[in-house]
Structure formats: structure tokens, C-alpha cells
Design a protein around this ligand. Structure first.
Ligand code: B1M
Length: 233
């Protein structure tokens, strides 16, 4: 009953009000409400990527600002993250709807010491949506985990994500280990995460740094096409 009432309330809002409400609900960690709002936007004909960006990603951006400023703390941010994941789970099949043969394969994971996974999950979802097969290793991956997965799945790409300045250097550990084992050239390495930048990507020897999920998709397609073209010649 309470849920039905909540749903009625959300439906009575126009799009602009509902966007504000979903940001508030995410801030307050209200997963059910965020899920309801996600459904409502889709029913109103919003494209899944617009719901993702305007409702969920923007909501988390606001949470991030107050986390940085010491207004929100880890437990609240965890609840917000959980609410965001609820919305993402609804969008996932819609973003991943291709049905075609995979155009390439990627092993992706957050590096050792780092448990942030929302951005990495988003990148995985968008790559799936673009037709890639995605093998997601989850969070806190030591170099051995990456190596085992590369050996097992033989992907085109290794993707690493890091959200902390303290964990981003671990990406270099992984790349250096690939070099030591003469495996570096076998894989295209892409990296991303809020504290990284282009310069860092170059410095650690990645093939590309990707600022966001859309750029990750664009970059992956481009690098794979380049590699395949180079093999032909
Ligand atoms: Co954390 N945290 N956190 N946190 N957290 C940040 C990253 C921080 C910037 C917050 C802040 O102070 N402003 C700060 C890092 C500061 C720094 O290192 N300079 C921080 C901190 C300090 C911490 C803890 C140390 C806090 C503590 O315990 N005192 C702790 C560390 C835990 C650990 O990992 N060992 C911690 C914990 C947490 C939670 C668990 C509470 C939670 C994570 C929940 C989860 O992920 N399941 C959390 C969250 C949610 C955040 C913020 C608020 C949001 C991150 C997020 O999900 N953003 C974040 C503040 C911020 O970033 N504004 C913060 C939304 C997401 C869509 O964006 O992840 O950037 P993002 O991903 C983007 C791009 O970066 C890119 O594409 C994505 C989509 O467009 N991208 C890739 C990401 N990976 C990619 C890979 C690619 C390509 C592109 O190719 C492979």
C-alpha cells in the first residue's frame, strides 16, 4: 500500500520535478523510489541513456560533492550507491540490447585496494550495449586475477578502473607485469576513473585513458578497428 502511494506521488510529478525528486531520493539512499522513477521515465519515453545520465549519474555527482565536503559520510554514500545500482539494474538490459555477435571482448575490473565499482559497471554496461562481450572481475583485483582472466578469456582488451589517488598507481604494476611476461602487446589496455587523466594514462603505458563510459565505447571501437587493420597489412 505504502509503495502504491509512493508510486502515485512520483507519477504526479512532471519530468523536471521528477528529476529533482530522483536526485533527492538518491541522496537519501531510497532505492525503491529511484527504481520507480527510473521505470516512470522509461514509460514516458525517455531513452535509457538519458535516464542514466540525467537521473542517476547526475544524482551521484551531487552525492560526490557533499561526500567531498564532509556533509555526507560513507554509510550514506553506500546507500546512495545502492539506490543508483537499483536504477542501473533496470537500465542494464535496455542499454545492452544488441543481439548481434560480439564485436570484441574485454576483461574489466577495479584495481587492488579499491572497492568503487559504479563507474566500472557503467562502462561495462555501455560496452555491452555497443556489442562487446564483457568479463567483469569486480573490485579489488590483484595483478594475478587480471592475468588469470586474460589467460582464460583471451580478450582483445584489458580495462582497469580506479577511483582513488592511492590505488591508481596499481594500474602501472599490472601493465609492467604484462610487459615482464611479454604479454603487453597482446592486449589493448584502457584505463579510467575520476582521478586519472590523459597524462597519467600515457605515463603508465596504457593505450588509452577514457574520461567516461561513452568515450570508453568510442575509444574501444576505434582501437580495435586500428589493431585489426594493422593485422591485415
Ligand atoms: Co569513495 N571516494 N571512498 N566511496 N567515492 C571518491 C572517489 C572521492 C573522490 C570522494 C571525495 O572525497 N570527493 C574520494 C577519493 C579521493 C582521492 O583519492 N583523491 C573517495 C574516498 C576518499 C573514499 C574512501 C577512502 C572514504 C573513506 O573510507 N574514508 C573509501 C575508499 C574505499 C576503497 O575503495 N578502498 C570510499 C568509499 C566509497 C563508498 C564505498 C562509500 C562508495 C563506493 C560504492 C561503490 O562504488 N559501490 C563511494 C562513492 C560512491 C564515491 C563517490 C561519491 C562517487 C563515485 C561514483 O560512483 N561516481 C566519489 C566522488 C566522486 O567521484 N565524485 C568517491 C559515479 C560514477 C558514474 O563515476 O566512478 O568516476 P566514476 O566513473 C566514470 C568515469 O570515471 C569513467 O567512466 C565512468 C562513467 O562515466 N570510468 C572509466 C571509470 N572507470 C573507468 C574505466 C574505463 C573507462 C572509463 O576503462 C576501463
Amino acid at each position: 500500500m505504502a509503495e502504491a502511494e509512493g508510486e502515485f506521488d512520483l507519477r504526479s510529478l512532471d519530468d523536471a520535478e521528477l528529476i529533482e525528486q530522483v536526485h533527492d531520493d538518491m541522496y537519501n539512499g531510497l532505492k525503491d523510489e529511484v527504481e520507480q522513477a527510473t521505470h516512470i521515465f522509461l514509460e514516458r519515453g525517455w531513452k535509457p541513456d538519458k535516464v542514466l545520465n540525467d537521473a542517476l549519474v547526475e544524482g551521484m555527482r551531487i552525492v560526490g560533492i557533499d561526500f567531498r565536503d564532509g556533509i555526507l559520510f560513507v554509510p550514506e554514500v553506500l546507500l546512495a550507491a545502492n539506490a543508483m545500482k537499483g536504477g542501473m539494474a533496470i537500465l542494464r538490459p535496455l542499454l545492452a540490447e544488441t543481439g548481434a555477435e560480439p564485436i570484441g571482448k574485454i576483461v574489466i575490473g577495479t584495481v587492488k585496494g579499491d572497492i568503487h565499482d559504479i563507474g566500472k559497471n557503467l562502462v561495462g554496461m555501455m560496452l555491452e550495449g555497443a556489442g562487446f562481450e564483457v568479463i567483469d572481475l569486480g573490485i579489488n583485483n590483484a595483478v594475478e586475477k587480471y592475468l588469470d582472466a586474460l589467460e582464460k578469456h583471451q580478450p582483445d582488451f584489458l580495462g582497469m578502473s580506479a577511483l582513488l589517488t592511492t590505488t591508481m598507481p596499481y594500474m602501472k604494476v599490472v601493465i609492467d607485469t604484462l610487459k615482464e611476461k611479454q604479454l603487453r602487446e597482446k592486449y589493448i589496455v584502457i584505463v579510467g576513473g575520476a582521478p586519472l587523466n590523459e597524462e597519467f594514462g600515457k605515463a603508465i603505458g596504457a593505450d588509452a585513458y577514457c574520461r567516461d563510459a561513452a568515450i570508453a565505447v568510442e575509444t574501444a571501437k576505434r582501437l580495435l578497428a586500428e589493431r585489426r587493420a594493422a593485422r591485415v597489412h
